[in-house]
Design a protein around this ligand. Structure first.
Ligand code: PHB
Length: 392
């Protein structure tokens, strides 16, 4: 062999070794791409989810099933088009094993075809429209469906002398789910909906909508706004004197978001909602969760935080089951049917729909030791998404 050819062969062998080393290293690392809104309109949701994820890693370490867990954070800036671009890049360049996060339904939906094409598991930690999990066989959800809470607050309203309601919802997919699931159930129980009002998702002004609602003289206003908009709604509700008008405020618990509740003041007192999580949830696990979360993050956890925390738990437990195998088909199969104790109470992943099954609590906003909380007073066990259940 000539000297030139010998060098050529040696370089070839060396680069083959380097490629081998790189792929061995890659196989030892499970990459989780977390795409969430750290800035923009849904920044409060992003911060909650991220803090939930961080707390899980802090408590459970960054290795599981002999694999190192690498978290790759990308800020969607609350723009679903960014989410799509970032997901494409994480799949192609970083070769992530799992995509996670998604602060809002449109963000979860734009990633669905990418997850399917790449056979990559998509863990939806924050969005709540029922159809999301039907958009890809690789989607699993640790957040909630809006309808899970809306049907139960409809039952509560009908059983508590509320006959006439005006609904106000954000005008996009989860708001439409909220309006429909509440209205169907409330009407079936004999109630009437005097008006169905929709508010824009971006930059809503609730004042004229609340006036319209009040003019219809309902027993209650049913409200759905996504996490982060509750304090503006409550401020405008109080400015019109509606908190003292005798018109009750009901809805899923997004409006009395634990994160914002301390800033809402007395106007929020008495609001009755149905939801999956309260920082006041009475369990030893939750008390420890709230204390550790507040210490690490510096703010109170809300229902979005447990979507992040439980999403990481789901990934860890599935990896234990697969002994570290992380291809999409193996991982999603391992996730189906998993159940565990969450700070919110017992939860599981429905093996048929890949949606979360969880307790829904009826709560009233009350002051406790000078602080405002959603105080739970009734529990509905193991609630499945009612929209999918009705399709069967
Ligand atoms: C959603 O876009 O699916 C969504 C976001 C925030 C919520 C509920 C639903 O509080």
């Amino acid at each position: 062999m000539s000297t030139g050819r010998r060098i050529f062969v040696a370089v070839g062998v060396l680069s083959a070794c380097l490629v081998g080393a790189a792929s061995a290293q890659a196989q030892d690392t499970i990459k989780v791409g977390l795409i969430i809104s750290m800035t923009g309109q849904q920044a409060s949701t992003g911060k909650q989810v991220k803090a939930g994820v961080d707390l899980y890693l802090q408590r459970h370490g960054t290795s599981v099933a002999s694999k190192k867990i690498q978290l790759i954070l990308r800020d969607s800036a609350s723009v679903p088009d960014n989410t799509r671009r970032l997901a494409e890049d994480l799949i192609k360049t970083e070769k992530v094993d799992v995509l996670a996060g998604f602060e809002i339904t449109p963000a979860a939906l734009v990633v669905a075809p990418l997850a399917t094409a790449a056979k990559t598991v998509e863990v939806v930690m924050a969005a709540g429209t029922s159809i999301i999990t039907e958009r890809s066989p690789y989607i699993v959800r640790t957040s909630f469906t809006v309808a899970q809470s809306c049907v139960l607050i409809a039952d509560w309203a009908a059983a508590n002398k509320i006959r006439k309601v005006v609904t106000i919802v954000s005008d996009y997919a989860p708001g439409h789910d909220a309006e429909q699931s509440f209205t169907e159930r409330f009407k079936a129980a004999g109630g009437t909906v005097a008006e169905a009002i929709r508010a824009p998702l971006a930059g809503p002004d609730f004042a004229p909508l609340l006036q319209r609602a009040a003019d219809a003289k309902p027993d209650a206003i049913f409200i759905f706004v996504p996490a982060g908009q509750g304090s503006l709604f409550m401020k405008q509700f109080a400015e019109r004197g509606l908190d003292k008008s005798g018109i009750k405020l009901i809805g899923p618990g997004d409006v009395t978001d634990d994160d914002l509740l301390p800033t809402m003041g007395d106007a929020a007192l008495g609001t009755v909602t149905a939801h999956l999580y309260s920082a006041d949830h009475d369990s030893a696990m939750n008390q420890a969760y709230v204390a550790a979360f507040e210490k690490a993050a510096g703010f109170r956890p809300n229902f979005m935080s447990v979507g992040g925390y439980d999403g990481m738990h789901l990934i860890y437990e599935a990896l234990k089951k697969t002994k570290g195998k992380a291809d999409g088909d193996t991982l999603i199969a391992a996730m189906k049917g998993l159940s565990w104790e969450s700070p919110r109470g017992p939860v599981s992943i429905d093996p048929e729909t890949r949606d979360i099954v969880q307790n829904i609590y009826i709560r009233k906003v009350e002051k406790k030791n000078g602080q405002i909380y959603n105080v739970e007073f009734a529990t509905f066990d193991a609630v499945k998404d009612p929209v999918k259940a009705a399709k069967k």
